[in-house]
Ligand binder design. Structure first.
Ligand code: IPE
Ligand code: IPE
Ligand code: MG
Length: 246
């Protein structure tokens, strides 16, 4: 089994994003409620965050709750929010020990008050950390993010703050939740599903995609390493020919 030692430190993805999928099916396989899967997903989050920090990944973004996930049964949504609060409380020290800064993207105002307060607290208390930036996507949807950006830019155009001719990638980037993040280099999705589910649509324009057939609660160091090694074996051409790159 491959370990972190097998990763080439000179060719690291700067920004890794993960669609953590398969908690429900993991639980179902064991004849348990979906909630049991979410509870066990927390340990995979903990290990993945620490492993990414050990590998020296600069930015790790985790899809924890989508705008569409609000449509799940109320009980499940409540449990997910409770798990968020308890994990934030529990992990503050570990984040600080690993020099990790916590950020959040998404419609944070729509989260329960308790979650907002805890999130704010942990973000503040890790603000000065200079190692990895861990970003949680919470009540996040790419289409909502883009709609919000288009509206904000339109208002600025209307008020002559920017002109239509000046709308470029940078202007759009600065109006997204992800304004503090570089583009995604490597996007991982667990659970065997091959879709993006409204995650970072603009930001993954040239990301390398890695789909893996394990349910999120089973995701461990060797899976992460497998994804990064796959990334390191690819040629990113950004529209150019292979000859141009060498
Ligand atoms: C991912 O696992 C966690 C969230 C979306 C919050 P799921 O809950 O989607 O698990 P499956 O895909 O139904 O197995
Ligand atoms: C995507 O998973 C959202 C998160 C992992 C938070 P879903 O399970 O909600 O996606 P679909 O519904 O299978 O596309
Ligand atoms: Mg799912």
């Amino acid at each position: 089994m491959q370990t972190i030692k097998d990763v080439n430190p000179n060719r690291l993805p700067k920004h890794v994003a993960i669609i953590m999928d398969g908690n429900g099916r993991w639980a179902k396989q064991r004849g348990r409620l979906r909630i049991f899967g979410h509870e066990n997903g927390v340990e995979a989050v903990r290990q993945t965050v620490e492993n990414c920090a050990r590998i020296s990944i600069d930015f790790l973004t985790l899809y924890a709750f989508s705008t569409e996930n609000w449509n799940r049964p109320k009980k499940e949504v409540q449990t997910l929010m409770k798990l968020l609060v308890s994990s934030l409380k529990k992990e503050l020290d570990t984040l600080n020990k690993n020099n990790i800064r916590l950020r959040a993207i998404g419609n944070i105002d729509s989260l329960p008050q308790k979650a907002q307060i805890e999130l704010e607290e942990v973000m503040q208390r890790t603000e000065k950390n200079s190692g990895m930036t861990l970003t949680l996507a919470l009540s996040y949807g790419s289409r909502e993010e883009l709609k919000t950006a288009v509206k904000a830019i339109s208002i600025k155009v209307k008020n002559n703050i920017i002109s239509t001719d000046n709308i470029d990638d940078t202007v759009i980037n600065t109006h997204l939740y992800t304004h503090f993040l570089p583009d995604v280099d490597l996007l991982i999705r667990t659970s065997g599903e091959h879709r993006i589910s409204n995650f970072l649509l603009w930001q993954i324009a040239y990301a390398e995609l890695f789909f893996i057939d394990v349910f999120w609660p089973d995701f461990r160091e060797h899976h992460l390493v497998q994804a990064i090694l796959s990334y390191q074996n690819r040629e990113r051409r950004f529209g150019k020919t292979s000859e141009q790159l060498h």
